[in-house]
Ligand binder design. Structure first.
Ligand SMILES: Nc1ncnc2c1ncn2[C@@H]1O[C@H](COP(=O)(O)OP(=O)(O)OP(=O)(O)O)[C@@H](O)[C@H]1O
Length: 616
């Protein structure tokens, strides 16, 4: 789990301040409400003191009792309202903090080139989205409790010092001990926590991969081996979690026992002082009341510090997931689409368009809009695609593609061929911006594409990868995949992809749900649904990565013939199959990541050894 960019020392305080400054008003209100929740018990302590004070013989008992009862009632009601408001403000603020992190992380992942978007197994990445965002949310929320409880302690200690210095110092002692212990164990706690987190991530990551490869594991008869591996990871996790929990629990017991000892000392000292008349029963009750809160603060302080350390680890993991040197991007003040005015405007505009479609004039406007989109797509339709010196070498293997150049014309059928590992798939990925080109340029109708990943999508280009991904939805939605049904010709796309017969055999036709990753379909059917998805997009460049690997000869034949009927779209196809090679206007032969030759099948079979080897 090493990030490409070098890790920098994080400034936790700066990151937290930046998050707090995202909704400063909400944070301030939340802070005020929680300060009141933590500080108001000071008043209750004083009421306690007064109650015990009036029990002494000379006081005006009934009047004083009535006043204390009225004040206690007012305090209780006020506290209920205070807690209700505080809980609401805190929930909203907590949600906003973690939502900001998750939103920014998600955006950063989506912006990365497709093939390098997530550096970890998906289970581990999901852990980061869930747990690390939660940890940071907790850390931010606990700053409010920290401010509130610290204020309580400062005021309470001042009041107690005014009553009796010696006893006050004994109340303080546990806190000092706890702070010392926490400081001593800080580094250790962080190390244990990090190891436990990493071990958990490995287990969930491995489980995610096992779920995704159940069939492969069964076919290979590797169940025992895989279970053994999982068991080994779990043992590791068990060891690290145990260490982490043991240390945390030991710290907790240190907090509580020190506080109990402190209470014992107070009682011993108070007995002597009360005998001499230097301490009243009211003072003693105040000390005992405040002691509980101060002991809470000491254990909370320990947890807070541990949480801040944990938050730092979470920020580091987030930076790794985002493949950035720092997690600055995760705390950037971006708009929250559920709330901001722009998205409300878009939703309202969307509703207006929907309503417009239902009226005659609306339908005309809609047709006009469609015509405009069509006109725009036609104006930018591919006449020529030029690739010059494209290079991408994988950091880990040093292989990939180097200095690749070729030209595609409108209506042409180009096949990229080559042996296993010659760079065919990598070339397509770099061309489509799924991997960032290290050198070279791409020209669409003489215009250089600075961001091929953004341009080479709908409506300009459509792509079917070697292993297509379907989602657990209906066949219809897998083909539309975000397109509006009225904006495309679904039946035509199905026919072009040679899927029309399959549809009639599926239980619910187009509305059959295909299951996770399309498990209810055969390999060939998955490929053709993906091809139909591509045809539905009516792009002027269609890119296929070895789609016919799971098709029988007859289906493949039909597919290519129907594709030729679709000209003038240009097609770029990775294939070693004779059917495709025979139809090609030009063939690009790849060898060791470079273009070995370009030409027609006839020319290449005469002059190119690599082509002869592939054909033979
Ligand atoms: N993710 C990766 N990390 C490191 N090296 C890689 C990676 N993917 C591919 N390579 C290497 O890059 C080279 C080109 O691989 P590529 O997958 O593009 O070949 P291909 O011609 O498409 O192979 P195939 O016919 O098996 O699909 C190979 O040497 C391969 O080992």
């Amino acid at each position: 789990m090493k990030s490409k960019k070098q890790k920098k020392e994080l400034s936790m305080a700066r990151l937290m301040l930046k998050m707090m400054a995202y909704r400063p008003g909400l944070y301030a209100v939340n802070c005020l409400l929680w300060a009141m929740i933590h500080v108001l018990p000071l008043v209750m302590g004083l009421l306690y003191k007064e109650f015990f004070q009036i029990l002494t013989p000379h006081s005006d008992f009934w009047n004083s009792l009535a006043v204390i009862c009225a004040l206690t009632l007012a305090y209780t009601l006020g506290r209920m309202v205070n807690i209700y408001l505080g809980a609401n403000a805190d929930n909203l603020h907590r949600f906003t903090m973690s939502a900001l992190l998750r939103r920014n992380m998600f955006e950063s992942i989506l912006k990365k080139p497709g093939a390098a978007a997530v550096p970890w197994a998906s289970g581990e990445a999901l852990n980061c989205f869930r747990d690390d965002a939660d940890t940071i949310e907790n850390t931010i929320s606990w700053t409010l409790d920290f401010i509130g409880t610290l204020t309580f302690v400062v005021v309470a200690v001042t009041i107690m010092l005014n009553i009796n210095v010696k006893i006050t110092l004994l109340v303080f002692a546990p806190m000092v001990i706890v702070v010392g212990v926490v400081q001593m164990l800080r580094e250790k706690l962080q190390k244990y926590r990090e190891a436990a987190r990493e071990a958990t991530g490995m287990v969930t990551g491995a489980m995610g991969e096992i779920f995704g490869a159940v069939q492969a594991i069964k076919v290979a008869g590797e169940e025992e081996h895989v279970l053994g591996y999982l068991e080994e990871l779990n043992h590791k996790r068990h060891k690290f979690m145990l260490r982490d929990t043991l240390l945390s629990q030991t710290l907790n017991s240190v907090f509580h026992n020190t506080v109990n000892l402190g209470t014992g000392f107070i009682l011993l000292l108070a007995a002597g002082l009360m005998k001499k008349g230097e301490l009243s029963i009211g003072d003693l009750s105040l000390f005992i009341f405040y002691l509980n809160f101060i002991s809470d603060f000491t254990s909370f302080y320990g947890s807070f510090i541990a949480n801040v350390r944990q938050g730092k680890i979470s920020f580091e993991r987030i930076a790794e997931l985002m493949q950035e040197a720092t997690p600055e991007g995760a705390v950037a003040h971006t708009g929250m689409p559920l709330k901001d005015a722009e998205s409300k405007r878009k939703i309202a505009a969307g509703r207006k368009i929907e309503a417009g479609r239902k009226t005659e004039s609306g339908r005309k406007t809609e047709k006009g809009r469609m015509a405009e989109v069509k006109k725009e797509a036609e104006a930018e339709a591919l006449r020529e695609l030029q690739v010059k010196g494209l290079t991408y070498l994988y950091e880990s293997s040093g292989n990939g593609v180097e200095d690749v150049s070729f030209t595609l014309k409108k209506g042409s059928f180009t096949v990229i061929t080559g042996r296993i590992g010659s760079g065919k798939s990598t070339l397509l990925k770099v061309l489509l911006g799924l991997l960032p080109a290290q050198k070279g340029s791409i020209y669409w109708n003489s215009r250089e594409l600075k961001e091929p990943g953004e341009f080479l999508t709908k409506p300009h280009c459509a792509y079917t990868p070697q292993i297509p991904r379907l989602v657990s939805d209906t066949v219809r939605n897998n083909i539309l995949f975000g397109l509006k049904e009225e904006d495309t010709d679904l039946l035509e796309a199905l026919h072009s992809a040679v899927f029309e017969e399959d549809i009639s055999q599926l239980e619910q036709g187009l509305d059959t749900v295909v299951g996770p990753r399309g498990v209810k379909l055969s390999g060939g059917q998955i490929q053709r649904v993906a091809v139909a998805r591509m045809f539905a997009r009516k792009a002027s460049l269609m890119v296929f990565d070895d789609i016919s690997s799971a098709l029988d000869v007859e289906t493949e034949n039909k597919l290519w013939n129907r594709l030729f009927g679709k000209r003038p779209a240009a097609s770029l196809v990775v294939s070693n199959r004779r059917l495709a090679l025979k139809q090609a206007d030009q063939i690009i032969v790849m060898k060791d990541g470079r273009v070995d030759a370009v030409g027609t099948l006839e020319e290449l079979l005469q002059n190119n050894e690599e082509m002869q080897a592939i054909w033979g």
